[in-house]
Design a protein around this ligand. Structure first.
Ligand code: ADP
Length: 671
């Protein structure tokens, strides 16, 4: 069988003209003929239906005539299908029509017409007479047409309908489950849901009904289970070697990449590449390109690897233009790994963008891969200060998705190469200003004593609740709690110390320029979050003496909080106003105002407390660090409710910082 080795970019471009008299085009005819052969051959995505198709002589003959007549295949496919439908649609004709519409879509850029045709078939298929193939028709429409031309979530709905219609058919159960979990995975469904569904379907496949589809489902279940359970549960595809189809190789590719076996990933990628066809469904094609790019990024020493990576990245970018809801973050991640592979300085920002996009699209596993990429980059480049923050973000994202096995695997692997940032490195991480790393690093440190406190408290409760309470042991547990509390306190104190570090980078600088830089840094994030930023900087001439990096860190914390608070606003434009205003002869004021929900009166007292957070994954250190920094400069930070909605944070700073941040030589000069 001829296989297409280079994936075609699916197209939704204007349809080819329906001009039966147009000049014959040999390559098109050959392509169309090959497509027909592919459709009739075993091993297609709709394997179970291939015999039905081949047994539809009406359509086969019509197509053969069309080829022989040497007319324009794209239009002919459609014309012949219409004729076949008019002849009284037979079950197989409906299915064939959708499959051929998919070929036409891919080969002849007939997106809109393919969609109309497939819709017409779906309507007929739902009709009572065609019930037998309704599921197959809807499945083909969902995986091959709709998922290329419409938001993938729409395809997922149609796919669900197909699954329901075919629920009683043991032969297609597994294939449906593979496709359905594939689409849901792209849409960001929780891992537990995917695993539960795949497991349930696998168990309902009758014993002995083993096929390529069941093997593929088994390998997918193995992958999901390894991600969910770990540690080091093998990401093992159980597919027999002779049944290796595209989807099976894709499973192997993902499994090998996740367990860090680049050689096996590379072999699986090469095998999968041979099996890509014009009808490979997007729910398999997109992960293929993504994991292809990730694998090739690990092979930067292999000649041609970067060029091959670029092919995958471009394919994902083409998809992102059509199905940005699911492919956007993947394309950004592929770009990040490409930049990383060629050592581009923008790679870290690219990882952050990919993660942010994935998070806002609800695709936690893609965000996790992006954070892993950022951590890997830091580890390879000796950026020890930022490393723990990125690792933490990766672990959080995997955990959010339900991949606790992956979390354990990574923690095991990372424990072997611990990142032990020193104080200076933490300071640098803070100064780098990248989204909250310092806070996350500290939260990580503080989390350990907190977890220990909870454990000791549970133990103390157990000792005291016994029939014969064991007060000695309960007291020991209480001692431990006190020690852990002290340890946590020390960490928080060291953060305050860090904020106050004497002489740390205090200098004269133009306030508005520094504020403008922060606005610029976060602008892309705001655009992605649909937040409008208005800046009113009224102190263009004003120089202040302070730690520029720390003041910028305060603004970043306030702005990030505002952006996060606005995430829940959908009934009004999301706005942030960033202002600098004079506040007296020797004082300046910075204001960050948002029109989010504001802060409930009950919480206002506590927001500046260390570790106080109302967010599910908040660290509760942003505002406490900010206050420590501002107070160390002799200033103050205040919250007031904004009118009619939202939060207003005001930071008042002296034009010249107090002695603690002034280098000793200067403080003597100005004493
Ligand atoms: P975190 O952001 O990790 O929760 P912070 O110390 O930065 O920690 O903030 C503490 C709490 O203050 C937040 O959990 C949130 O409840 C509240 N908060 C801070 N900024 C805002 C804001 N702009 N709008 C609403 N609530 C806010």
């Amino acid at each position: 069988m001829n296989r297409t080795t280079v994936p075609n970019e699916p197209a939704c471009a204007p349809p080819a003209p329906l001009d039966a008299g147009a000049a014959a085009s040999e390559p098109h005819i050959a392509a169309c003929r090959r497509a027909w052969q592919l459709l009739c051959a075993a091993g297609m995505p709709t394997l179970a239906d291939a015999p039905v198709l081949a047994a539809d002589p009406l359509l086969a003959d019509a197509l053969q005539d069309a080829f022989n007549a040497g007319r324009l295949p794209g239009a002919l496919i459609e014309a012949e299908i219409r004729r076949a439908l008019l002849d009284g649609p037979r079950d197989a004709t409906l299915l064939a029509a959708v499959l051929l519409a998919a070929v036409a879509l891919d080969r002849f850029r007939g997106g809109r017409r393919a969609m109309l045709l497939a819709d017409a078939c779906a309507v007929r298929a739902r009709h009572d007479d065609a019930r037998a193939v309704a599921g197959a028709v809807l499945r083909a429409h969902a995986t091959l047409i709709l998922s290329r031309c419409a938001p993938l979530r729409e395809a997922a709905l149609l796919q669900a309908e197909a699954c329901r219609l075919e629920a009683g058919r043991p032969d297609t159960l597994a294939r449906n489950a593979v496709l359905w979990t594939g689409v849901r995975l792209l849409c960001g469904a929780p891992l537990a849901e995917l695993l539960h569904y795949a497991d349930a379907i696998r168990q309902s496949v009758p014993f002995g009904n083993v096929s390529v589809a069941t093997s593929q489902l088994d390998s997918r279940i193995a992958l999901f289970r390894a991600l969910a359970d770990g540690p080091r549960t093998p990401y093992l595809p159980t597919v027999p070697a002779d049944a290796m189809q595209f989807g099976c190789w894709l499973g192997s590719l993902q499994a090998a990449w996740l367990r860090g076996d680049t050689g096996a990933a590379r072999a699986a990628l090469a095998a999968a590449r041979q099996l890509v066809t014009p009808l490979t469904p997007p729910c398999e094609l997109l992960p293929y390109h993504l994991f292809g790019a990730l694998t090739l990024a690990r092979l930067d020493h292999v000649p041609g690897a970067t060029a091959a990576l670029r092919v995958h990245r471009r394919a994902l970018q083409a998809w992102a233009r059509r199905a940005s809801d699911v492919a956007g973050a993947m394309a950004l991640l592929a770009l990040a790994v490409e930049q990383d592979a060629v050592g581009a300085g923008r790679a870290l920002t690219a990882y952050e963008r990919a993660a942010a996009q994935a998070q806002s699209a609800g695709q936690a596993w893609i965000a996790a891969l992006a954070w892993e990429g950022a951590a890997g980059l830091c580890a390879r480049n000796g950026l020890a200060g930022a490393l723990p923050g990125y690792r933490k973000l990766a672990l959080n994202a995997w955990r959010d998705w339900g991949a606790h096995g992956r979390v354990r695997d990574l923690m095991q692997a990372w424990d072997a190469t611990p990142a032990a940032p020193d104080h200076d490195q933490q300071t640098r991480a803070a100064r780098a200003g990248t989204v909250g790393e310092l806070g996350i690093t500290i939260a990580h440190e503080v989390n350990q004593p907190l977890a220990a406190i909870l454990l000791h408290a549970a133990a103390a409760r157990r000792w005291l609740r016994r029939g014969q309470p064991d007060t000695t042991r309960a007291l020991e547990a209480l001692e431990q709690i006190t020690a852990c509390g002290r340890q946590a306190g020390d960490i928080v104190r060291s953060v305050r110390g860090l904020a106050r570090r004497e002489g740390e980078a205090a200098s004269m600088f133009a306030l508005d320029t520094a504020v403008g830089e922060v606005a610029q840094l976060l602008r892309a994030l705001m655009v992605r979050q649909n937040v409008q930023l208005e800046t009113r900087l009224l102190l263009p001439e004003r120089q202040i003496h302070a730690s520029r990096a720390q003041i910028q860190q305060v603004l970043i914390n306030l702005l990030l909080n505002a952006i996060e608070a606005l995430a829940c606003v959908s009934d009004r434009p999301r706005r942030i106003v960033l202002e600098s205003v004079p506040a007296g002869p020797a004082l300046v004021e910075l204001r960050v105002r948002d029109n989010g929900p504001g802060i409930a009166p009950a919480d206002r007292e506590r927001i500046f407390d260390a570790l106080y957070s109302t967010k599910p994954h908040g660290t509760g250190v942003g505002l406490s660090i900010s206050r420590a920094i501002v107070e160390a400069h002799g200033g103050r930070i205040e919250y007031t409710a904004a009118e009619p909605h939202g939060a207003l944070f005001r930071v008042v700073l002296p034009v010249r910082s107090i002695a603690s941040v002034v280098p000793p030589s200067e403080s003597r000069d100005h004493a």
